[in-house]
Design a protein around this ligand. Structure first.
Ligand code: CTP
Ligand code: MG
Length: 233
């Protein structure tokens, strides 16, 4: 789980993943449904340098000692993912990479990603686009309307076969390639098929204070204070 970002756009005093929502840090909410999944053999969370003890304490409090391992992340998200991959100790065949900034992830979405990995190198949750898309120039003048057919917006968790994920990271480092998400490395190095599965609009990413307020309200509504995150998603 990449959780090593500073959260500059949120502007909190703590790293974003430690910000409290409904009685628990954001990354704890984001990790819960994974740890409830019987197929999850290990979990690694990356923390910003210096904050590791805070993250480890919160994880131990939630799941008991050693169930989740906290390691130091990198300067950019892709490096943090590389740090987490390097820290794996099991022989897991698949990895699910999920942003701590998406605390409203549900168990059904995780199930869809895992199911798609049966016959693909990678799987990604995708949502159709509701709005019309336009390209603008630097003066904010509309240049054209972009054909929407075939375009989707993607989320995490992104599932990747372990061997492909490691190969992709190794080659990305060697060539200095930086992708905007995890499966873009699989696409770039043509390491296999990337399947899209139905995403979940509730699994939005917390970037700004407005997003945080909305997440807190939704969790209140879900009655998530007790840790029972939406099981039917
Ligand atoms: N992330 C990470 N390591 C980094 C940067 C980001 O693990 N060096 C993680 C974040 O913790 C987050 C996810 O990647 O869970 C998506 O990043 P984003 O939403 O951009 O979070 P931040 O980088 O923390 O926020 P900002 O860009 O506003 O600083
Ligand atoms: Mg960022």
């Amino acid at each position: 789980m990449p959780a090593a970002g500073g959260g500059v756009r949120l502007g909190a005093e703590l790293p974003k993943a430690l910000v409290q929502i409904a009685g628990a840090p954001m990354f704890v909410h984001a990790a819960r449904p994974f740890l409830r999944n019987a197929q999850c053999v290990e979990a690694v969370v990356t923390a910003p340098a210096g904050w590791e003890p805070r993250f480890q304490q919160a994880a131990d409090r939630e799941w008991g000692k050693e169930r989740v391992r906290v390691v130091t992340g990198g300067a950019v998200r892709q490096e943090s993912v590389a740090c987490a991959l390097a820290a794996l100790i099991s022989d897991a065949e698949f990895v699910l990479i999920h942003d701590a900034a998406r605390p409203l992830v549900g168990e059904a979405l995780i199930g869809r990603v895992l199911a798609a990995l049966a016959d693909a190198a990678a799987a990604v949750p995708a949502l159709p686009l509701a709005d019309t898309l336009k390209r603008t120039d630097e003066q904010k003048t509309v240049v054209e309307t972009v054909e929407r057919a075939g375009l989707v917006a993607v989320q995490t968790p992104q599932g990747i076969r372990r061997a492909a994920a490691e190969e992709a990271q190794r080659r990305a480092r060697a060539e200095g390639f930086e992708g905007t998400d995890d499966v873009s490395l699989i696409e770039h190095f043509a390491l296999g098929t990337v399947k899209a599965v139905a995403g979940d609009p509730r699994n939005f990413k917390i970037t700004t204070t407005e997003d945080l307020t909305l997440a807190r309200k939704l969790m209140e509504l879900n009655g998530q204070c007790a840790g029972a995150s939406g099981k039917n998603r």
